[in-house]
Each structure stands twice: as structure tokens, then as C-alpha cells.
Ligand binder design. Structure first.
Ligand code: ADP
Ligand code: MG
Length: 276
């Protein structure tokens, strides 16, 4: 490694460590009790996610990606180890509405217009009507749905519904966005478009994203860090940092730097399976 490169890397590491941790998991373990036998969904997970990180969780089905997201969101309690969100408990983070959660399916209410779906969490928070409308407009604009506020979910394509869900998760301006395979069911062209939208949102707002995917190119394209997991028991095989520029476009996927990171992710996934 050249001295210039080593200095840059040290500087980048120092800059990264200056950002406050948003999620900190230490020896996090979660065992589900089932009628047959206990299932160890997560085992000894050590992970620090800092403000402004875009972290992808990648690994085969059943490696505990959804479980890890649900623990961060306080929808599951760990059976061992600790997890903090913004330095406090996940429960406090949930009560503070510190995160938005985008599920794999859009989960919009069919009897509410797109705009009123986006405004629902804001209503629950007791925000004024004027502020609710301003927020809905801002985030529907951001996801490219400004012309569709008055439509109902069934009048929109799957990709547009997913964008509406993202607008809803962002509308109350959480510092943390949890996205569980949000684009998994979409065609490749729509997925590319949403990847670009999401990257732009991340670059513009500096929010922290935890993103689950099965796709190596998607993980590498979006992330500042890729967390590779393996199943039985769910554990972290490797964390791969990416130094691709924040304002990358789709063509970045053909660059040597991209292909090198994708290769490392593929090798780590393979390593995670070696005992299968
Ligand atoms: P992923 O999202 O990576 O596919 P999950 O977190 O959904 O993985 O599941 C991890 C493991 O835990 C799997 O073996 C799954 O069958 C099991 N599991 C998930 N949820 C439950 C549950 N509520 N009760 C029992 N086992 C569960
Ligand atoms: Mg899952």
C-alpha cells in the first residue's frame, strides 16, 4: 500500500469513527423457541452502524436478516447480548419514532389516497394539518410521485406503491431507515430506478440506512458497507467497506472498483456456505 493511500485510509477511518453510532449490537443472540427445537436465528452479532452509513445485509434465506432488523426496530427482543439505538434501548427508539420501516410488500391502506397513506403516521403523531400536507408533498416529490397524491394505491404500479411506502417511512423524518428487501419483487428496470432514487435521498439527507437484499450488485451499488451473513446459526461472515463515490450512477456497476467489491462479497458468501 502506498503512503498516500495509507494516509487516506487512516483519515477516512478517523472521519468514520467521528460519526456517532446509531445502532450498536454486541454479542447479540436471538433464539426462537419452537415446538420442535430452538432456532438460533442470530448468534454473537457484533455490529456498529454509524450516522450516515448505508449498510446492506446480504445472505441466503434464513440467515437472520429480517430478525436483525426486527430487533433494531424493537419488534423482537434479543435472548443474549445487547443492542442500542441512538445510545438507548430499541424500545425508546421506537417510542421516539426514530426509525422508518419499509417492509417487503408496500402495505398501503387501499381506502386511503397515496397522500393520506403518507400522512397517516403524521396524524398519529398529532402533527398539524398544514405540516402534514407540507411533509407529504415534500416526500412524494422526493420519490417522484408528486402527480399521484390523490390516487389510490390500486391505481399505481407495484414500483410506485413501493415508492409511496418509502415516502411514508421518510415523512416523519426518521434518522434511521430500515428497509427489508424493499425492491425484491420488482422488475430490473424499476429496481434500477428506485436504487437511484434511494441513493439520491441518502446523499441529500445524510440519513442512515439498513437495507436487506439478496442481490450482490444491488448491495454493492447502494452501500457504504456490506454485511455478509451466513445461516445456522445466523452470524456475520465479513463486513466489506466500499469507497465508491456517494454520487454514483448506474454505470458505476461496470467499473473495476465495483467489480472488485462485488467479488469480495461473492467470496464471503461462498465462505459462509463452505460447511453446507
Ligand atoms: P432471513 O430474513 O435472513 O430470511 P429470518 O430472520 O426471517 O431470516 O429467519 C431466521 C431464522 O429464524 C430462520 O431459520 C427462520 O425459520 C427462523 N424464524 C424466523 N422467525 C421465526 C419465528 N417467529 N419463530 C420461529 N422461528 C423463526
Ligand atoms: Mg427476511
Amino acid at each position: 500500500m502506498s503512503i498516500a493511500h495509507a494516509t487516506r485510509t487512516a483519515a477516512a477511518t478517523a472521519a468514520a469513527e467521528a460519526r456517532p453510532p446509531v445502532v450498536e449490537a454486541r454479542r447479540l443472540t436471538l433464539v426462537y423457541q419452537t415446538p420442535d427445537a430452538p432456532v438460533t436465528a442470530l448468534s454473537d452479532i457484533d455490529l456498529t452502524i454509524r450516522k450516515g452509513d448505508f449498510v446492506s445485509l446480504i445472505g441466503p434465506s434464513g440467515c437472520g436478516k429480517t430478525t436483525l432488523m426486527r430487533v433494531i426496530a424493537d419488534l423482537e427482543r434479543p435472548t443474549g447480548g445487547t443492542v442500542t439505538v441512538n445510545g438507548g434501548t430499541p424500545e425508546q427508539a421506537r417510542l421516539d419514532r426514530s426509525y422508518g420501516y419499509v417492509f417487503q410488500a408496500p402495505a398501503l391502506y387501499p381506502w386511503r389516497s397515496i397522500e393520506r397513506n403518507v400522512m397517516l403516521p403524521l396524524e398519529i403523531m398529532g402533527m398539524s394539518k398544514a405540516e402534514r400536507q407540507a411533509r407529504a408533498k415534500r416526500y412524494l416529490d422526493l420519490v417522484g410521485l408528486s402527480g399521484f397524491a390523490r390516487k389510490f394505491p390500486w391505481q399505481l404500479s407495484g414500483g410506485m406503491q413501493q415508492r409511496a411506502s418509502i415516502a411514508r417511512a421518510m415523512s416523519f423524518e426518521p434518522e434511521l431507515l430500515l428497509m427489508d428487501e424493499p425492491f425484491g419483487a420488482l422488475d430490473e428496470i424499476t429496481r434500477d430506478k428506485l436504487n437511484l432514487h434511494l441513493l439520491r435521498l441518502w446523499a441529500q439527507t445524510g440519513l442512515t440506512v439498513v437495507f436487506v437484499t439478496h442481490s450482490i450488485p444491488e448491495a454493492v451499488f447502494l452501500s457504504s458497507r456490506v454485511v455478509v451473513m451466513s445461516p445456522r446459526p445466523g452470524r456475520i461472515v465479513e463486513v466489506i467497506d466500499s469507497d465508491l463515490p456517494r454520487d454514483r450512477d448506474l454505470e458505476a456497476r461496470e467499473t473495476p472498483a465495483f467489480l472488485e467489491i462485488a467479488h469480495r462479497v461473492r467470496m464471503a458468501l461462498r465462505e459462509g456456505h463452505s460447511y453446507d
